[in-house]
Design a protein around this ligand. Sequence first.
Ligand code: SF4
Ligand code: SF4
Length: 468
Amino acid sequence: MNGSGGKLKRETRLPIADSRSFKSETRPLYPQRPTGKWHNRRVVFSIAIITLLFVTPFIRIGGQPLVLFNVIERKIILFGIFIGPQDYWLFGLTMLSFFVFIVLFTTVFGRLWCGWACPQTVFMEMVFRKIEYAIEGDAGKQKLLDKAPWTSDKILKKGLKYTIFLLISFAIANVLLAYVLGTDELCKIIAEPIEDHIGLFSGIVIFTAVFYWNFAWLREQACTVVCPYGRLQSVLLDHNSINVAYDHERGEPRGKLHKGADRTEGDCVSCFQCVAVCPTGIDIRNGTQMECVSCTACIDACDSIMEKVGFQKGLIRYTSENAIVQKTTKIVTPRTWGYAAVLLLLWSALGFVVATRTDTQTTLFRAPGSRYIENTDGTISNLYTFKIFNKTNRIIKPSLHLDAPHGKLLFAGSPDLTLEAAGMSEGTVFVVIPKSALKSRKTVLKLSVSQGNRQLESFESTFIAPEE
Ligand code: SF4
Ligand code: SF4
């Protein structure tokens, strides 16, 4: 017994991401515990993601963290590459590439990220929600418990749940701090007296409170109201994007199943199971909606119903609007080609910037208001001010050299040019060149910065001599 499978079509199609009016429930939501093939796959994937999130800050390459996002001091390390305050090109191109990649990925695969890899969904659905189910039971029991008077059983269950929520929020806050400050700093805060790190400890407390509030109270609203990525879906998705979607061609017109009667409706039996399991409280049958985080719970719920009533599975599945209506899937479209071309250009520029990047960045200018000095030994001097920036996350002991023309550098005093990680040193220096080596009033100086025998950087400046 199969339904009419799309003989009758819906008269109107909803535009992508137009959904606010279809909120089917008011808060708090009580989504039913999801089960099924897709959920099991997500559990395995989530374990991998959570492990990765907790382990990554401890991974080091050549003594450097694999990743560090110290936005406070603008020190970022991505896969061992240090991006300091001087690397505005590298930083800008990395951010731009990341943004274009997100646009391209979303255009093709919809909100795959949200459902499978976003830490908010992973922790909410796979950690906090599971603890809730384990302590309070499935949706119906949770609803009853919330309505019930404050008995010792309710106090125990709520107390236990929120205590565990708080502990996990504390653990997540610590991991976040490890990403921002590095594991060394985090270990210091843990090992040393709190009063020595009161600022950072306050940070952990604030982050714990924010995470606790987010996972205990804000929940799906982080995705549907706060997250800017969710709000961008209306411009990023098109009718070729792969999403969790309801096959309205096959499902409509929906109608209850009546035993023994010939079915004239579509395959949707109006069981509302897809709505019951939805963690954002929407009805996927109303079309692709901004609130959908592609969690796949409705796929499993509907498949289980289809199996029970003897219909083909996949009424809700990963597919595109065009695949449903025109029965064609076109992943590579002119739009995706365009995004891919932009991304390729950006990655090429990024590769060039990384390949030509130097460990130091030096500026050397003639001291303001200074003129050349004619020395009695037949040489000419120019006075310069210089700044050397360390673009790495390690200490550098640089030395400044004059490579051409032949001459020497005379520093004021004996300056210590040692550069702390991402640090800067500055000073003044005389460049002294024999008159015989100067052919014109303006001469290009070739200088370099080295550490030991390794040249870190070369650059040019201008030397002024008297007119012949
Ligand atoms: S679970 Fe499937 S059959 Fe049930 S209401 Fe949703 S789409 Fe229709
Ligand atoms: S509509 Fe389906 S995939 Fe989207 S959030 Fe709800 S249950 Fe998850």
